[in-house]
Design a protein around this ligand. Structure first.
Ligand code: OAD
Length: 235
């Protein structure tokens, strides 16, 4: 495939699993051990902000020590030959650390904090060191309690419409490491044009989760990305 193509890649927790970041719904996944509605919902935050901050302080610590893996680096490398846009559900910054230049975070970013009065108040969204905990009493610039810049259950996704348009405009669409159960993000797989090559890299059985036309590379991200690159060469 010599011509420059517009490749859109939609990633989930699975791509960061081999970097040591826990997924949510696998065996040992976060939501197997923690209550998502208590720790990752806007109602949970209103009820017990301390528990939620503590949970995310742990996530931020875990990310501080993590490193991108071969799958993140290979996607960044792909920009040399193609226009690559990453749409990620992940709140880590491993795509950026690997060098990807166009990354859209549907579910927010652990590296940033914001206002608990208005999550999308751009004046309050700031980078905040991952190794500094956020405590009760830390204030955003509008005087409200500081919170991590994460989209919780019960909140709107600021970038979903932009993501849909990007998927609709893709020449090639790739999905990596997502269980496709959280909407509206999971619905993106239905927006890819029917006549383009579509791939999913995931070690699980994806039976019944995808519209027609996806080639399933049944492997973990680090191994699967090389199989994907071989498939792209054949186009
Ligand atoms: P899940 O934990 O639901 O799904 C992880 C997917 O990754 C599964 O399909 C696994 O089979 C696959 N997987 C596991 N190890 C892998 C590996 N090494 N390589 C490739 N794939 C692997 O995670 P998401 O689908 O990303 O929301 O979850 C969606 C959202 O639910 C998250 O963004 C998060 C969560 O609640 C928020 O934090 C707001």
């Amino acid at each position: 495939m010599r011509v420059r193509q517009n490749i859109v890649v939609f990633t989930g927790a699975g791509i960061s699993a081999e970097s040591g970041i826990s997924t949510f719904r696998d065996k040992d996944g976060l939501w197997e051990n923690y209550d998502a509605m208590r720790l990752a919902s806007i109602d949970g935050f209103r009820e017990d902000p301390e528990a939620v901050l503590e949970f995310y302080n742990e996530r931020r610590w875990q990310l501080f020590d993590a490193k991108p893996n071969h799958a993140h680096y290979a996607l960044s490398e792909l920009e040399k030959q193609h226009d690559v846009t990453i749409i990620t559900q992940n709140v880590d910054d491993l795509h950026e650390r690997a060098g990807s230049s166009k990354v859209i975070h549907l579910h927010g970013e652990l590296t940033k904090v914001t206002s608990s009065r208005d999550r999308e108040d751009d004046r309050c969204i700031k980078y905040y060191p991952l190794n500094l905990p956020i405590y009760i009493g830390h204030k955003a610039d509008d005087g409200s309690q500081l919170r991590p810049y994460i989209v919780w259950f019960g909140e709107e996704l600021r970038y979903i419409e932009e993501a849909r348009q990007l998927v609709e405009s893709a020449d090639i669409f790739v999905v990596i490491g997502t269980s496709l159960v959280v909407y509206p993000a999971a619905g993106l797989v239905g927006y890819a044009r029917h006549d383009i090559p579509k791939f999913i890299v995931d070690p699980s059985d994806m039976e019944g989760k995808l519209p027609e036309g996806y080639l399933h590379i049944k492997a973990k991200a680090v191994e699967g990305i090389d199989i994907l690159l071989e498939e792209l060469k054949k186009l």
